[in-house]
Design a protein around this ligand. Structure first.
Ligand code: B12
Ligand code: SF4
Length: 572
C-alpha cells in the first residue's frame, strides 16, 4: 500500500518560527478554530489530493504548522531534508501565511534544490508575479480550482516535459522571465469530487501518517467537519477577498459554482457515518435560491441526523426557512455576521439589512429550537468610531436580555490584514481606508514585527491603528463582562479573559517602549530586548479576548465511528 508520494502538500505556520520569534500575536484568530499561527490547512488540499490520487499521482499532506505546535522540539529542517517527492506544494492561500510559507519553501529549496516548489491559493493567485520573484518558488497555480491544472503540472514534472500550455499556471522561463497563462480552469460545477473526508482518512492510512494530516490543534478530540456548497460568492462585502467582485477581479470566476443539493445531503450523510462531531455547511443554503435550500433540507430530514449541524446565513432568511430547518435537523445552529449594530456602518460594508430583520431571524430560529445562534461583530469598518464599537457591545447586551443565552455574540478586529483583492483594498479612499502594506514583501515583513498592532495593514478615517487595538481590548473586556452577567461564561473564565487583556495591554506598551521606531525601521533587530517578554507573550497567545470554547458545538457521543471508518478505508 505504501508508495513514495509524488506530491507533498505542506502547510506552514503563519510565522516561522513562532516558537522562537518574540511576538505578541494577539486576537487575530480568536473567532476561528485555529491558534494565531493559523495551523488549519485549506480544505482544497482534500479535493486536490482526491483528484490526483484518482489519476494515479500519490499525494501526502503534511501540516507542518500543527507538527510544530504539538511538539516544540519538532525539527522542521531535518524533517524536510528526508522528504523526496517529485514536487512540493505549499499553500499561500491566506495572506497571513506570507512569511511562514516562503520560509518553508526556502527550507525545501535548501535541501532539495532540484525539486520544484509549487504555490497555490487565493493570495498566491493575487500575488503570483511577486511570488515568482522569490527564488524558492518555481510555479504558481492560480485560481480557486487547481485540481486539474495541478494534475497536469505534476505529470509534466514527472515526465520532464514543458508546462507552457497548462491553464492557470505562472512560472519563470529558462531566461528567468515570469510567464503567466490565463486562468481558464474555472469549473461551473463542484459535482465531480467528493466532499466528505473519506479520501482524507484513506490518505492518512496510505501514508501511515494521520497525525501529519491533522487539520487543527485539537481535531482528534473535537472533529469538526465542513461541507462546502460553493466556490465564489454572490455577495459583495467590501472587506472580503472572496466576494463576487474579488473572485472576478483576480480569480476569473464570473459565476458562483454550486454543488448539487443532493450531493450536499450525501456529504453530510457520509460524514455522519464517520464522526459524531459538528458538521458545518459552508455557504448560505439560500444563496442559490429557495429551491436549493428546500432540496437540501428535505434530504437532511431523511437522515435523522444526530450530529450538530451548523448553517450560515449571509442575509436574513424568511420565517419559513427556519420551519423547514427545524423540521429537518433536530440539532441545528446558526452563524450570522452583521458586523455592526449600526445600519449605516453595515451598509457601507456592503450588507443591506436592518436590525429588525436580524432580530426577527434570531427570534424565529430560537423559537424553533436552535441550539446556538452565533452573531459576529467586527472592528475596523468604514464609518465605525470607538463610540460605535462601544454601542455594538451594548447592543449585544440588549440582544442577550431579549433572547437569552442561546445567542452568543462575538466581536473581533478585522486583522491582521485587509484582504487583497477586496473592494476596500482596491478602492481604499472610497471606503476611508489607509493601507500600510500593499506588496507581498510588505506583508511578509509585517509578520516579523513585534505585535499584532504592527501587523495591522490598515487604519481607517475613523479608527487609527492604536484605536483599533484599544477598542478591541475594551470591547473584549466589556463583552466578557456582559456574557458573565448573562450566565454565558463563568466567573473564572471572565477573570481569565480580563487578566489576559490586562497583560496584553501592558505588553503592547512595553513593546512600544522597546521598539520606538519599529514602524519606520524594520531593519533594527530588537530580538534581544523582546526576548525578555517572550514567556508572557506565549501565555497571551490563545483565546485572547474571548474564550475559544464558546465557538464549539457539542459532540453527541464518542468522537469517531471507528468501525465505519475502517470499512470505508478497506472496502469503499
Ligand atoms: C471556508 C472559509 C474559511 C474556513 C476555512 C476552511 C478551510 N480549511 O479551508 C474558516 C471559516 C475556518 C476560515 C478561516 C479563515 N479565513 Co476564510 N474563507 C472561507 C471562504 C468563505 C471559502 C473558501 C472556500 O470555499 N474555498 C474552496 C475550497 C475547496 O478551496 P480552497 O481551500 O480555497 O483551495 C483551492 C484553491 O485555493 C487552491 N489552493 C489552495 N491551497 C493550495 C496549495 C497549492 C500548492 C495549490 C497548487 C493550490 C492551492 O486550490 C484548491 C482546490 O482547487 C472564503 C471566501 C470565499 N468566498 O472564497 C474565505 C477566505 C478564504 N478566508 C479568508 C481569511 C482572511 C480567513 C482567516 C485568515 C480569517 C481570520 N483572521 O481568522 C482564517 C484563516 C484560517 C486558518 N488557516 O486557520 C479570506 C482570505 C483572504 C486572503 N487572501 O488572505 C477569504 C477570501 C475571505 C474572508 N475574509 O473570509 N475561512
Ligand atoms: S464575507 Fe460576504 S462576500 Fe465574503 S464569502 Fe462571506 S458573504 Fe461572501
Amino acid at each position: 500500500m505504501f508508495k513514495k508520494p509524488d506530491l507533498i502538500l505542506l502547510h506552514a505556520p503563519a510565522l516561522y518560527d513562532f516558537r522562537t520569534h518574540p511576538t505578541l500575536l494577539g486576537p487575530i484568530s480568536d473567532v476561528i478554530p485555529s491558534t494565531p499561527i493559523f495551523e488549519m490547512y485549506p480544505i482544497g488540499f482534500s479535493s486536490i489530493a482526491e483528484h490526483l490520487e484518482n489519476n494515479n499521482i500519490r499525494v501526502r499532506i503534511i501540516n507542518l504548522a500543527f507538527r510544530m505546535l504539538e511538539n516544540p522540539k519538532f525539527e522542521v529542517e531535518k524533517f524536510i531534508a528526508k522528504l523526496k517527492p517529485a514536487a512540493f506544494g505549499i499553500d499561500l492561500h491566506w495572506l497571513v501565511h506570507a512569511q511562514g510559507s516562503l520560509e518553508i519553501a526556502k527550507i525545501c529549496k535548501k535541501y532539495h534544490p532540484d525539486i520544484p516548489v509549487i504555490f497555490g491559493g487565493y493570495s498566491s493567485t493575487y500575488f503570483h508575479d511577486q511570488l515568482l520573484e522569490y527564488p524558492q518558488v518555481d510555479y504558481v497555480l492560480k485560481g480557486d480550482s487547481t485540481e486539474e491544472p495541478l494534475l497536469q503540472l505534476i505529470k509534466s514534472i514527472k515526465k520532464k516535459k514543458d508546462c507552457i500550455s497548462i491553464p492557470n499556471l505562472s512560472w519563470r522561463d529558462t531566461h528567468g522571465k515570469i510567464q503567466s497563462n490565463p486562468i481558464t480552469n474555472v469549473p461551473d460545477s463542484l459535482n465531480t469530487l467528493t466532499n466528505n473526508y473519506q479520501n482524507l482518512f484513506k490518505l492518512a492510512v496510505k501514508n501511515l501518517d494521520p497525525r501529519g494530516m491533522t487539520a487543527i490543534r485539537d481535531w482528534w478530540k473535537y472533529p469538526i467537519t465542513a461541507v462546502m456548497n460553493c466556490r465564489g460568492c454572490t455577495q459583495n462585502c467590501i472587506i472580503c477577498g472572496g466576494s463576487k467582485y474579488s473572485m472576478k477581479h483576480y480569480c476569473a470566476r464570473t459565476n458562483t459554482a454550486y454543488r448539487d443539493p443532493e450531493l450536499i445531503v450525501n456529504d453530510v450523510k457520509q460524514i455522519s457515518r464517520f464522526t459524531n462531531g459538528p458538521i458545518f455547511i459552508i455557504g448560505d443554503l439560500n444563496q442559490p435560491g429557495e429551491e436549493y435550500a428546500d432540496i437540501v433540507l428535505k434530504g437532511l430530514k431523511q437522515l435523522h441526523l444526530k450530529n450538530e449541524l451548523v448553517v450560515e446565513i449571509f442575509n436574513p432568511a424568511d420565517e419559513e426557512f427556519y420551519d423547514k430547518l427545524a423540521d429537518a435537523v433536530p440539532n441545528f445552529n446558526i452563524e450570522f455576521s452583521p458586523e455592526s449594530h449600526d445600519q449605516a456602518v453595515r451598509k457601507k460594508s456592503g450588507k443591506f439589512y436592518t436590525n429588525e430583520e436580524i432580530e426577527l431571524n434570531i427570534k424565529w430560529a430560537l423559537e424553533r429550537g436552535c441550539n446556538k445562534f452565533d452573531i459576529f461583530f467586527m472592528i475596523g469598518l468604514p464609518l465605525q468610531t470607538q463610540d460605535s464599537v462601544r454601542e455594538t457591545v451594548q447592543y449585544s447586551d440588549y440582544l442577550l436580555s431579549k433572547f437569552g443565552k442561546k445567542l452568543i455574540p462575538f466581536i473581533s478586529p478585522l486583522s491582521p490584514f485587509l484582504d487583497p483583492g477586496s473592494i476596500a483594498f482596491e478602492n481604499p479612499e472610497k471606503f476611508g481606508y489607509k493601507l500600510f502594506y500593499k506588496k507581498l514583501e510588505d506583508f511578509r515583513t509585517a509578520l516579523l514585527k513585534p505585535s499584532w498592532k504592527y501587523f495591522l495593514s490598515y487604519e481607517t478615517e475613523w479608527l487609527t491603528r492604536e484605536q483599533i487595538v484599544e477598542s478591541t481590548y475594551e470591547a473584549g473586556e466589556e463583552l466578557s463582562r456582559i456574557k458573565y452577567e448573562h450566565g454565558l461564561i463563568d466567573f473564572q473564565t471572565y477573570e481569565s479573559i480580563c487578566t489576559k487583556i490586562k497583560l496584553a495591554k501592558e505588553l503592547i506598551e512595553r513593546i512600544d517602549e522597546i521598539c520606538p521606531d519599529i514602524d519606520k525601521q524594520v531593519t533594527i533587530d530588537y530580538t534581544g530586548q523582546l526576548n525578555s517578554l517572550k514567556l508572557m507573550m506565549e501565555r497571551d497567545s490563545i483565546s485572547s479576548i474571548c474564550e475559544k470554547e464558546e465557538l464549539k458545538w457539542p459532540i453527541w457521543k464518542s468522537q469517531f465511528k471507528i468501525m465505519n471508518i475502517i470499512k470505508a478505508i478497506l472496502f469503499e
